[in-house]
Design a binder for this molecule. Sequence first.
Ligand code: ATP
Ligand code: MG
Length: 355
Amino acid sequence: MKIPIELKPSLFPSRVIDLCRHLHDHGFQAYIVGGALRDALLDRPLGDIDIATDARPNDMIPLFDNVIPTGKQFGTMTVIYSNKNCRESYQVTTFRTEASYSDHRHPDTVLFSDSIEIDVSRRDFTVNALAWNPVTMAFIDIVNGQEDLRLKQLQTVGDPVDRFSEDSLRLLRLCRFHAQLGFSIEVETLTAAKKLGPTVPLPSYERIQVELSKLITALDAWQGLMSLQQIGLLDRLLPDVVLKTCPELWPVWTGDQRLAFLVQEMQDYVTCLKTLRFPKKTIAWVTRLINNANDLDRASFKVTNLAISGKQLMDRGLVGPEITTMLDRLRQLVLDGVITNTVDGIEGWLDDAIV
Ligand code: ATP
Ligand code: MG
């Protein structure tokens, strides 16, 4: 396969190239695969870098000083390089082929393979199914992934109905990549997604949350959410959320502000976000944002940021819950610009308010 002209080892950290060479020198194949290769070809910043190899997990153990069996049963080992100043880690996964998915979520068995071609055939989208060996320079593209990168389109590897039925997380990943890469969705892939979206059994909430969080922080998050809605998944994940017009501030909002905007009208967004396994901290922050008109400064301003404390209110004779209520009120007055957040400003107001 012709190597894309833009592909050169210097696009990747030198450790990654050394790691691949190390495997190669011990008689194994090593390919950079997945998102890192896709992003390198698109000239986008690289996220995590995945390496695929024909070495089995037990072959890898003696080859590296620091290797952790993070997902050994699935063939994934994490190789770590660390010194005083930095720590780099790379996931190295044995070539795999997957058998049937009877639950639409997990392959029933994971079988190792000796062939990179088999490994790439089980991957989700053609643009994620490229592989490059930086030592031999072999470039694998048996699914026309390069052409789809050029066309800026997402299509599944193989029959889309089969691939989405096998693992419904791929439907979410489709919308996530649509949002991150700004790629269009190839017509048969979209038709299959629309067919399956409303009824396919959902993947685990943990996996949904990871994809939803990546989608919501993406550049084209609104588009990604529109596609989730279009394929009938949005309402299954965030019941009652209907997208109308994109708010003006959306592009400058953080992911949490976007989430707050989406869920604010829901009957019980806290339970929904809990079910989707959003961290407690995120749910608390989203709640604060909702209670403060989705304004970052207002939500960040706490009673502890006031120029006076509960102690001074106590000295003025306030007791128990009166103190909390007054602190909340003072916070509100400062935020509304009624009083300035200085000891004099607040005490002046208190002098009038409390006899
Ligand atoms: P990111 O930039 O978020 O890391 P990525 O494409 O690398 O994007 P990962 O979740 O890191 O996504 O997965 C690495 C690779 O593993 C993908 O590029 C794809 O080839 C394959 N993959 C991941 N999830 C699936 C899945 N559910 N079905 C098939 N292949 C998958
Ligand atoms: Mg990745």
